[in-house]
Design a protein around this ligand. Structure first.
Ligand SMILES: NC(=O)c1ccc[n+]([C@@H]2O[C@H](COP(=O)([O-])OP(=O)(O)OC[C@H]3O[C@@H](n4cnc5c(N)ncnc54)[C@H](O)[C@@H]3O)[C@@H](O)[C@H]2O)c1
Length: 474
């Protein structure tokens, strides 16, 4: 197939080379490449109506897109990117900074996980880079502001592991109710200790969910299926799943719940959300689970509440300080109360594994790779963490001589007037612009343009002092 090309602006002005063989796309319609997946969020982002066939724009000749994938990115993501015809280089590990700088120089797309630090120093060398995919939840390993200021979009996958966390919490509810951790530890030490005292079924008990977002609401459904009553507290009024009920205050939730589980984000308001006062408000003999963020529960207060018998058991997956790698680091040097905590009975401690499943990794691979493809091929920024979210419905095969202009620019007065003066001689079919901080993102589809016109448009947009990056897809 004849691949369409784009005229784009890398960050340095030396490489503004415009292909001399610009042809309008005659690409046959191909469906968005993605492996089928039951759990991946492969939501079509643009609709063209039942009769129109989406025209898949390719920003570069397929063989020209260079992708560097580090840190053993999941096979699902690798497949999606390779199937697009991009040149994909895959490495199992992260790279030391000097090697990373060398490698990043000529790639258009980089995929990383949490260990690769994309600092301003590294990104400064990435002259062709248009997008970064963080195949993980967090993005603090990337200098997001520097990337935005240079028109480099960053995508991640914040919710692909919600189900995994919800399932872990279900396991923990039963394990705490039956003191499974203690019984198992005893057996490992050769002790047979058959007891039923203070061991419970979970049927009919009340689960109190703090934070009813992606994880909290999944958990709600699973818990009800096992016969629990579910109540939840959230700062937002939310549609309750099943027969669960929202309660008006945290205090009301704590007073009624046999099991309390935290699923709030890390915010100043959620810091030490559960401390001595909240433990006092909980039922005697109730249980606490925290698989959200380590700052949400005050651990010395938990230790006190468990020693007093007020709290019959707890499960923690997250901690105020967590080590960067695996090893024997969970000690008082890391968190001053570690020894006290580890001495408690019916306490399940896990090393932040709530979202760590094969399924979650696979779903992350799909979600991030699809976001990268959409950005490269269509310019859509839906889900970007550092640029405004802008999307236009796809161009169709009925629009063979349309082009999509993407102009990332400084968010200063007068830019739109100047851009529209440049586009004004053409029929602008659709246009959308939005800003985020100092950076604005404009997308416009213009009709009936030929190669010479595209070249002219590109050069005039590049000439604007507000320009950060120009891309034209067709
Ligand atoms: N243990 C793990 O491996 C793991 C994996 C994924 C996510 N997490 C953590 O789980 C938490 C929840 O994730 P999510 O994907 O469900 O998030 P989400 O954003 O979908 O939901 C969070 C909910 O908390 C509510 N909320 C915010 N502030 C609140 C407050 N002060 N009081 C009550 N409710 C409040 C929000 O309105 C929202 O409904 C996050 O902290 C996330 O980092 C942990």
């Amino acid at each position: 197939m004849a691949a369409a090309r784009d005229i784009r602006s890398p960050h340095n002005n030396d490489s503004h080379n415009v292909s001399s063989s610009l042809n309008f796309s005659t690409s046959p319609t191909v469906s968005f490449h993605s492996p089928s997946s039951g759990y991946a969020g492969s939501i079509p982002i643009s609709r063209t109506g039942p009769l129109a066939t989406a025209k898949h724009l390719k920003p570069f000749a397929t063989e020209d897109i260079k992708v560097l994938l580090l840190e053993n990115v999941n096979q699902t993501g690798r497949d999606i990117l390779s199937q697009q015809g991009y040149q994909v280089e895959f490495l199992k590990s992260s790279l030391p900074e000097d090697q990373l700088i060398e490698k990043i120089k000529d790639v258009h797309v980089i995929g990383i996980r949490s260990k690769t630090k994309l600092t301003a120093r590294v990104l400064k060398e990435a002259k062709n880079l248009i997008v970064i995919g963080c195949f993980c939840i967090g993005t603090n390993q990337v200098d997001l502001q520097y990337a935005a200021d240079h028109g480099i979009a960053v995508f991640n996958s914040p919710f692909s592991n919600s189900r995994s966390v919800a399932e872990l919490v279900i396991a923990e509810i039963i394990a705490l109710a039956r003191q499974l951790g203690d019984r198992s530890n005893e057996m490992h030490l050769g002790t047979w200790n058959k007891v039923s005292n203070k061991c419970w079924e979970i049927r009919g008990k009340t689960l109190g969910i703090i934070g009813y977002g992606h994880i909290g609401s999944q958990l709600s459904v699973l818990a009800e299926a096992m016969g629990m009553s579910v109540i939840f507290y959230d700062v937002v009024n939310l549609m309750a799943m099943g027969t669960s009920k929202q309660v008006p205050t945290l205090e009301a939730l704590l007073a009624e719940s046999d099991f309390v589980t935290c699923h709030v984000p890390e915010l100043p308001e959620t810091r030490n959300m559960i401390t001595q006062k909240q433990f006092e408000q909980m039922k005697h003999g109730s249980y606490l689970i925290n698989a959200s963020r380590g700052s949400v529960v005050d651990i010395p207060a938990l230790v006190h509440a468990m020693r007093s018998g007020k709290i019959a058991g707890a499960a923690l997956d997250v901690y105020p300080n967590e080590p960067a790698g695996n090893g024997d680091y969970f000690n008082d040097t890391l968190n001053s109360w570690s020894t006290d905590l580890c001495g408690l009975k019916n306490l399940i401690l896990t090393p932040h594994i709530g979202g760590s499943t094969e399924e979650a990794q696979s779903a992350i691979g799909v979600e991030v790779a699809q976001a990268l493809v959409r950005y490269v091929n269509e310019g859509a920024t839906l889900g970007a963490v550092n640029l405004p979210e802008v999307n236009l419905r796809s161009l169709t095969m009925d629009e063979p001589s349309h082009a999509r202009v993407i102009f990332i620019h400084k968010n200063i007065p007068g830019v739109l007037r100047m851009v529209n003066e440049i586009l004004g001689d053409h029929n602008v079919d659709k246009q959308m612009t939005d800003s985020r901080g100092d950076v604005a993102y404009l997308m416009a589809d213009i009709s009936d343009v030929d190669t010479a016109t595209i070249k002219d448009l590109y050069e005039r947009l590049e000439g604007l002092s507000s320009r950060i990056m120009t891309r034209i897809l067709y």
